[in-house]
Write a protein that binds this ligand. Structure first.
Ligand SMILES: [Zn+2]
Length: 537
């Protein structure tokens, strides 16, 4: 009802919109259409596969792998896909932990993607509303990237079953967002032609709500770049005048950039970490490396700020008599999502609706929000969001390298409700719900929407045509995709190797064993929802 009133109000406020013909009916949305035909059947099959969905969500949570090191995830997922008749290519685009899985033949080619990597130091027990790392200092799923593959695989298997029976032509591609937290692979997949011949990409991402949008969403694109300075070592006390310090160059570069910020467009976001600041204080550092993310709303502005950063590095080298090299570590184009596919997906979101949360789920969510000192204790959302449309005022924020995909092929991102509102991003609190019934139910609801949208694309050639018409005539008519990476930039596959090597054996003790335990919470001995730490004094 709220929605109908809002739509009427907008129409009234708009007055005589010249774009709207006089005799065109007023667009008031009624109750959501229900899924019918093959889409209804697909949703039923997805429902029957809830156990598989839960096992994938819980397994990836337990692996807790960081970007470029998702090897348990790769082993586990590709085994499921091969057992279900998919042809799997391992280690694509020079990324050892990546894979590409295909099944079927002919058009349309529908590619389903979702990220799989975790966040450093985000280890956290699931299903509890207090801070308790599973392993102190270890990585964890502090963004919820353990849930998207479950959505895509369940949807793909349901649609495959129907396609086989109905003899429907079409190809399903399943691919992972490797190292999304480093925004470091999708531009490489695109560069290497992985999306050539693909008709549509349905990407899925965890959220606390159920939504899809078209055009440019909230958030930025970025270039991720490392600057390594070269100086001369010397005894820092005996003859420091013989040395030139690479660390001095890094620090001067950072100071200069922090002054520069004041004069940049406020929508920019930029941040850095010093990944190598030298070895020990009594040796003048001959090598030092600083790693920057340069974020802005448009590709041109990203390039402009990147050029400023480059000059800042040059200045720092001049000041310190050092030299430097630069390496692109990641890239993410500002995203642009496809309107016709988003509209079709939105109808499916409304038809599927929010999961039916249990009393326990709501108790957990409210206790979680209290623990996080949320402004409002609202519990889990019970209504789907409105269709997201381009913002009148651009809004800054994070990035996702799905942006590069979205400029190569019509793409949308489904945000499915597997997490709780009130968590902090890139933080252990975002892991707390991610192996609970909330995550499982959200993934099942998401899979129903993905399956239904796949069938829309398979059953209606006109939808694929409309998607490409929008892509060609609206999205790319005035903007050309010029990748931030070159033909020779290599993926930064060594990233996170040292951290994972440090924690792998400890993590292994926590891997989920579905043959012994119904759920991961059961394996961990957690009585959901667990609001108080039984070990606390
Ligand atoms: Zn993410």
């Amino acid at each position: 009802m709220k929605r109908i009133l809002a739509t009427v109000a907008i129409v009234l406020l708009a007055g005589c919109n010249p774009a709207r013909a006089q005799d065109e009916p007023i667009d008031v949305e009624g109750p959501p259409a229900e899924l019918t035909g093959l889409k209804l059947e697909a949703a039923r099959i997805v429902g029957d596969k809830q156990k598989l969905t839960q096992e994938i969500v819980d397994s990836l949570f337990s692996f807790s792998e960081l970007g470029f090191q998702e090897f348990e995830t790769q082993r586990y997922i590709t085994e499921i896909l091969e057992n279900n008749g998919f042809t799997v290519e391992q280690g694509v685009s020079g990324i050892p932990s990546a894979w590409w899985a295909t099944w079927g033949s002919g058009k349309p080619v529908i590619a389903l993607g979702s990220d799989v990597d975790g966040i450093p130091k985000a280890s956290q027990m699931p299903g509890v509303t207090y801070r308790k790392p599973m392993i102190e200092g270890a990585p964890g799923h502090g963004e919820g990237h353990n849930s998207g593959q479950a959505v895509n695989i369940t949807a793909a298997l349901a649609v495959k079953e129907i396609m086989e029976r109905e003899n429907l032509p079409g190809t399903i591609v399943l691919w992972p967002g490797i190292a999304e937290e480093l925004v470091a692979t999708k531009a490489w997949f695109a560069r290497d032609g992985r999306y050539d011949g693909v008709d549509a990409v349905l990407f899925t991402h965890v959220s606390d709500s159920f939504s899809v949008s078209w055009g440019q969403p909230t958030g930025t694109g970025l270039v991720s770049v490392e600057y390594t300075f070269d100086g001369t070592a010397a005894h820092a006390a005996g003859d420091p005048w013989k040395g030139t310090s690479a660390l001095d160059a890094v620090e001067l570069m950072d100071v200069a950039w922090n002054f520069r910020r004041e004069h940049l467009n406020p929508l920019q976001r930029s941040h850095y970490v010093i990944v190598d600041g030298g070895d020990q204080p009594n040796v003048v550092p001959s090598k030092a490396t600083v790693w920057y993310f340069i974020r802005e709303m448009t590709a041109d502005n990203i390039r402009e700020n990147f050029a400023k950063l480059q000059r800042t590095a040059e200045g720092a080298a001049l000041m310190t008599d050092t030299t430097f090299t630069r390496r692109i570590v990641g890239a993410a184009y500002p995203r642009h999502f496809n309107k016709p596919i988003a509209e079709a997906m939105y109808d499916n979101i409304r038809a599927v609706g929010m999961p039916e949360w249990s009393e326990d789920d709501q108790v957990f969510a409210k206790a979680f929000q209290e623990f996080m000192e949320a402004d409002e204790i609202t519990g889990l959302k019970t209504e789907v969001e409105d269709l997201g449309v381009p913002l009148e005022e651009p809004k800054s924020g994070g990035s996702d390298d799905i942006g590069d995909v979205s400029w190569n092929v019509p793409t949308v991102t489904l945000r499915f409700p597997s997490n709780v509102d009130g968590s902090t991003g890139h933080h252990w609190s975002s892991a707390m719900a991610m192996a609970t019934p909330i995550a499982h139910k959200g993934a099942t609801a998401g899979a129903k929407v993905v399956a239904a949208t796949m069938l829309d694309l398979i059953e209606q050639e006109s939808l694929v045509d409309a998607a490409w018409t929008y892509f060609r005539d609206e999205q790319t008519a005035n903007e050309t995709y010029v990748p931030f990476i070159s033909d020779t930039d290599k993926p930064a596959i060594e990233k996170n190797a040292a951290i994972m090597a440090m924690y792998k054996d400890k993590l292994r003790e926590f891997y989920y064993d579905p043959s012994k335990y119904d759920t991961y919470l059961e394996q961990l001995g957690i009585e959901y929802p667990q609001l108080k730490d039984p070990d606390a004094e």
